[in-house]
Design a protein around this ligand. Structure first.
Ligand SMILES: [Zn+2]
Length: 308
């Protein structure tokens, strides 16, 4: 099995895809979507952040404090009662273990710039919290349900916090990286390869054709993009993109360059966390295409304290 997967990977590595269709949503979105922004966990980027912070301090006197990174504050302090209660109400629906995980960590999640009005959404452990435009996140869009972007970034924040107590505790490292040596991301890669190999064989047996990699990826991309509505597809698109080093994208993701030198497990954790809370259509597709990866996620949630 492993040998077949490995050979398949080599075969698929032969060339770049025709990515015209992937870019439709990126170009047409009225706001800059999260995969085009600095949506990043910055864990290998300390120098960059430090330099930006130092430059910010030296260029701006303290009375111009809005340019200087602010001290992170809890969600309730950042956004007030109404928004915080709205966020909490969303978590009333999903399964008990996710609810318990949220209850355990919700007061420890931190916001770096409460009044932020820009188009970026990211978690940075160097900055110490989540940056997002809460009014935009509350509305949702074609790819995300209301607050799904928030829960995606809260998921990164929680993944980082879990690693302080239940993982290896290393600075800048996340539980999704340390748990069983990155099992979450590795399992997603295996499942993506198995799915692609299976589909490749089906097509070969049915038509007698052995498609070139770029044609094959285009075919699978079209099949899945046609079959699954965008709102239910964004998470698996990103997981497929990370698991295949950007070769298969279903119209939403971080862009091919994002995955260079980056563990794919962190995004898997954030996608599964947010889908579990507020996008059940997406969660069903996660369970369908990445069932074993989802089991690893559930294991991690239990260990992290998401007990009933
Ligand atoms: Zn992310």
């Amino acid at each position: 099995m492993m040998k077949e997967i490995s050979q398949t990977a080599e075969r698929f590595d032969a060339g770049p895809l025709d990515r015209t269709e992937d870019n439709i949503f990126r170009a047409s979105d009225s706001k800059q979507p999260r995969w085009e922004t600095a949506e990043s966990v910055h864990e290998n980027n300390n120098a960059t952040i430090d330099a930006r912070y130092t430059a910010s301090l030296s260029k701006n006197p303290l009375w111009n404090a809005h340019e200087v990174l602010q001290r992170p504050v809890p969600i309730r302090t950042a956004y007030g009662e109404t928004i915080t209660n709205n966020i909490d109400r969303i978590v009333e629906g999903p399964d008990a273990e996710i609810r318990a995980l949220w209850q355990k960590y919700k007061d420890k999640v931190t916001i770096t710039k409460p009044g932020y009005k820009g188009n970026e959404a990211y978690y940075s452990c160097d900055e110490g919290g989540v940056t997002q435009n809460i009014e935009v996140a509350a509305k949702g869009d074609a790819i995300d349900t209301p607050y799904q972007v928030s829960f995606h970034e809260f998921g990164h924040n929680i993944d980082y916090l879990i690693n302080r107590t239940d993982g290896d505790g290393k600075p800048g490292k996340f539980f999704s990286e340390s748990y069983k040596d990155g099992l979450l991301g590795k399992t997603a890669k295996q499942e993506a390869e198995s799915f692609l190999l299976q589909r490749w064989k089906e097509h070969r047996d049915k038509t007698g054709q052995r498609l070139l990699p770029e044609k094959f990826y285009s075919m699978v991309q079209k099949e899945l993009m046609t079959a699954i509505p965008l709102l239910e597809r964004g998470d698996i698109s990103d997981i497929f993109e990370g698991a295949t080093n950007g070769k298969l994208c279903l119209g939403a993701g971080h862009g091919k360059e994002y995955w260079q030198h980056r563990d794919n497990g962190k995004e898997v954790f954030a996608e599964m966390f947010s889908a579990s809370i507020c996008n059940f259509g997406s969660l069903n597709n996660i369970k369908k295409y990445f069932p074993e990866t989802y089991k690893v996620f559930q294991e991690m949630v239990k260990i992290a304290g998401g007990k009933v």
